[in-house]
Design a protein around this ligand. Structure first.
Ligand code: FES
Length: 170
């Protein structure tokens, strides 16, 4: 019962933020992409409930909103962790052994190709295409910070630093 109430409360808060975004965009179906971007900026992903809500609010078919959300690689339909490690999988980074970094992070965070977010929702590891900084290969972006000539040890240390900072905040 308590759990259901918590869920409902969370959903209402969710929708209040989505409503603000819809209002800011004048409920204009032509602004579907920016609306989805803004919703994802807030929640880091697009849940099924939010997609249905946006579709109903804009009076467009749910399938159309799904179509847009799945067409653009930028959108995610799965929840992501608080901190996102983006590893470049472009050719230059690949040649400079970016996969060593990937596997070090997988090992550190107990993740794999099918499980990219930690159970505590702290970290997500993603592979992305060329970040346009090939001269710095291999490149890792952690949240908004770019790290060039990255190494497996450095990536693991970045995880440790984030965990240490989170412990200090608690
Ligand atoms: S291949 Fe990694 S930045 Fe271009």
């Amino acid at each position: 019962m308590q759990e259901t109430m918590e869920k409902t409360k969370a959903m209402v808060q969710h929708l209040a933020a989505v409503n603000r975004i819809l209002e800011k965009n004048n409920h204009d179906p032509a602004r579907l992409i920016p609306i989805l971007q803004q919703v994802q900026d807030v929640y880091k992903y697009l849940s099924k409930d939010v997609i249905s809500y946006v579709a109903n609010s804009l009076d467009v078919p749910v399938a159309r909103v799904y179509g847009v959300a799945t067409f653009y690689a930028h959108f995610s339909l799965n929840p992501k962790g608080k901190h996102i490690f983006r590893l470049c999988d472009g050719t230059a980074c690949h040649v400079k052994k970016s996969h060593g970094i990937l596997h070090a992070l997988y090992e550190k965070l107990k993740l794999n190709d099918d499980k990219r977010t930690t159970d505590d929702m702290m970290f997500t590891v993603e592979l992305v295409s060329c970040l346009g900084a090939c001269g710095l290969a291999p490149v890792v972006v952690v949240d908004e910070a770019v790290y060039g000539q990255a190494t497996p040890a450095q990536a693991v240390k970045l995880v440790d630093d984030i965990l240490a900072a989170a412990n200090v905040e608690e």
